[in-house]
Design a protein around this ligand. Structure first.
Ligand code: FAD
Length: 466
C-alpha cells in the first residue's frame, strides 16, 4: 500500500516539531504535520517562554530595592506598562512561532494549519474533511489545564489566559500549589497585583523534597503573597466584573480575577483514539511502551499526551528518539529516571534532580548533607532570604542520589549537577572538585559533614534496588 506520508504528526509543540523535523531532515521521511493553534505549542506560546519573560519583568521592583541596598539613590522601578510588555511579548512569540514554522518548512514538512483526528490506524482526517494516509502516525497533542470541578469555575481563568489579559487584575486569587501556581503567584505579586494563593495542602509543590517545599512556601509569604494553606474554594459567582469566591471554611471574598492552576490533563478528547483501538490510561493519557509506541503498532505518542514527565526537554527528547528509532535505524530509548527541573519562583528558584529525602528514606540508608545560608549578594543589600542546598548520598555506595537547590539561579546550577549525577558520581567525586569562590555553587562541593542519616529501617530495600 502506498501512503501520502511516511509520518503524520498531530500537534506542532515541543515533541511534534522535533520529531517531524528530525524524521524529514535527517532521515529523509515524507512528513505532514497538523497544528490547530499557533506553531510551537504550550512551551513557546503559553508556557515556559512567556512565563519566564514575565518572571524577569516581575523582578524590577526587587532589583530596585537591592540597588538601594548597594547605595543607589533610586525610589523604585517606576510604573509598569503592561500594555507595552504584552505587545512586546506577543511580537517575541510571533518571532519564535515563525522560527518553528520556518524550521519545518526548511525540512520540507507539509504544514496543515488545522485540527486533525485519527480516522483509522493509518489515516488522519483534517478539520476541512481532507483525509491523508501515513505509514506511521505520531500523536503529540500535549495537555490542557484541568479545572477542579467546582460550581461557577467557568468564571475563572486558566494558565493560558494570563498571557492574554487586557489589564492586570488589582486583586487576584491563584488556586493551586504546583509549579505553575507558585510561579504565577510570584509573577502577579511582582507586577503589583494584590495576590492570594489558595492551596488545599499544608505546603506548596507536592512531590518535591519536603524541606525545600517548606522554604518555597515560606518565600511566597516573604514576597507578600497572601498564602492560604489547607484552603479550598468551593464556589465562584460573578459580582459585576469581579468574582466572589466561597471557601470550604465558610468564608467568602471578592477578587478581580481567579486563576485556576489546578493541574493539567492529556489532550486526547475527540482525537478518535478509542475508535482506532489506541489504549488510554486513567487520566486519558495514551499508554505507550519504552519506544513511545501505542497499543496500535503504527501509532506512536510523545510528550504531555503520554503523561510521563511533563516537561519540554522530555517531550523533545522523546520526539527525537522516536524519529531516530523509526526512521533512522538508530533505536533510542528515553531514560525518564534522572530529569532535572526548576521552579522559577523569586528571589530563589527551587531546582531538583534525583531522589527527594522522603524517597531516599523509603529506599534505604542515606546521608543527608544540607547547607543553609544567606547569600552574600542579598545579605549585603539587607535581605534575610535564606538559600539551601541538599545532597542525598547513598550511605553504602557513596553515590549521589539527589540534589536540591533553593537559591538564586538554582535552575542554572542544577543543569550542571545533573551531568555528574547521570554518570554515577559519588560524594567523593563532588568533594574532589575545587570550589569556585565566591559563588553559591561552591557549597555543593564543600559540604563536609552529613547533617543526618536516614532510611536505616529500610536497608533491605536499598539492597534490592542496588
Ligand atoms: P504541546 O507543547 O502542548 O503541543 C501540543 C500541540 O498540539 C499544541 O500546539 C496544540 O495546539 C496541538 N494540538 C493538540 N491537538 C491537536 C489536534 N487534534 N490537531 C492539531 N493540533 C493539535 N516545561 C518545562 O520544561 N519548563 C518550564 O518552565 C515549563 N513551564 C510551563 C509553564 C506553563 C504555564 C505550562 C502550561 C507548561 C509549562 N511547561 C514547562 C510544560 C511544557 O510546556 C510541556 O511539557 C510541553 O510543551 C509539552 O510538549 P508537547 O509537545 O507534549 O505538547
Amino acid at each position: 500500500m502506498t501512503f501520502d506520508y511516511d509520518l503524520f504528526v498531530i500537534g506542532g509543540g515541543s515533541g511534534g516539531v522535533r520529531a517531524a523535523r528530525i524524521a524529514a531532515s535527517e532521515h529523509g521521511a515524507r512528513v505532514g504535520l497538523a497544528e490547530e493553534s499557533r506553531m510551537g505549542g504550550t512551551c513557546v506560546i503559553r508556557g515556559c517562554v512567556p512565563k519566564k519573560l514575565m518572571i524577569f519583568a516581575s523582578q524590577a521592583e526587587a532589583h530596585a530595592a537591592e540597588a538601594r541596598g548597594y547605595g543607589w539613590q533610586t525610589a523604585g522601578a517606576g510604573a509598569f506598562d503592561w500594555t507595552m510588555f504584552r505587545h512586546k511579548l506577543d511580537a517575541e512569540l510571533t518571532r519564535l512561532e515563525g522560527a518553528y514554522t520556518g524550521g519545518l518548512a526548511a525540512a520540507n514538512v507539509d504544514i496543515h494549519k488545522q485540527r486533525a483526528r485519527l480516522a483509522d490506524a493509518h489515516t488522519v482526517e483534517l478539520a476541512d474533511g481532507q483525509r491523508l494516509t501515513a505509514k506511521h502516525i505520531l500523536i503529540a497533542a500535549g495537555g490542557r489545564p484541568a479545572l477542579p470541578g467546582i460550581e461557577g469555575e467557568e468564571l475563572g481563568l486558566i494558565s493560558d489566559d494570563l498571557f492574554l489579559l487586557e489589564d492586570l487584575p488589582g486583586r487576584v486569587l491563584v488556586v493551586g500549589g504546583g509549579f505553575i501556581a507558585c510561579e504565577f503567584a510570584t509573577i502577579l505579586q511582582g507586577l503589583g497585583c494584590q495576590t492570594t494563593l489558595s492551596y488545599r495542602g499544608d505546603a506548596v509543590l507536592r512531590g518535591f523534597d519536603g524541606e525545600m517545599r517548606r522554604h518555597a512556601t515560606e518565600q511566597l509569604r516573604m514576597i507578600g503573597v497572601d498564602l492560604r494553606l489547607e484552603s479550598n474554594p468551593v464556589r465562584l459567582a460573578a459580582e459585576g466584573e469581579a468574582r466572589r469566591v466561597d471557601f470550604a471554611d465558610g468564608s467568602s471574598e471578592v477578587f478581580d480575577a481567579v486563576i485556576f492552576a489546578t493541574g493539567r490533563a492529556p489532550y486526547t478528547k475527540g482525537l478518535g483514539l478509542e475508535q482506532a483501538g489506541v489504549k488510554l490510561g486513567r487520566k486519558g493519557e495514551i499508554v505507550v511502551d519504552e519506544w513511545s509506541q501505542s497499543s496500535v503498532p503504527s501509532i506512536y505518542a510523545v510528550g504531555d499526551v503520554t503523561d510521563r514527565v511533563n516537561l519540554t526537554p522530555v517531550a523533545i527528547r522523546e520526539g527525537h528518539s522516536f524519529a531516530d528509532t523509526v526512521f533512522g535505524a538508530k533505536p533510542r530509548k528515553v531514560d525518564h529516571g534522572l530529569v532535572a527541573s526548576a521552579v522559577y519562583t523569586r528571589p530563589h528558584e527551587l531546582a531538583t534532580v534525583g531522589l527527594t529525602e522522603e524517597e531516599a528514606a523509603a529506599r534505604g540508608p542515606a546521608l543527608i548533607y544540607v547547607a543553609s545560608f544567606r547569600p552574600m549578594r542579598s545579605l549585603f543589600a539587607g535581605s534575610d532570604a535564606r538559600a539551601a542546598m541538599k545532597l542525598i548520598v547513598d550511605a553504602e555506595t557513596d553515590r549521589v542520589l539527589g540534589c536540591h537547590i533553593f537559591g538564586p539561579e538554582a535552575g542554572e546550577m542544577i543543569q550542571m549537577v545533573a551531568i555528574p549525577m547521570g554518570m554515577g558520581a559519588t560524594k567523593a567525586d563532588f568533594d574532589a572538585a575545587i570550589a569556585v569562590h565566591p559563588t553559591l555553587a561552591e557549597e555543593l562541593v564543600t559540604m563536609r559533614k552529613p547533617t543526618r542519616r536516614i532510611g536505616d529501617d529500610n536497608s533491605d530495600k536499598a539492597d534490592a534496588s542496588a
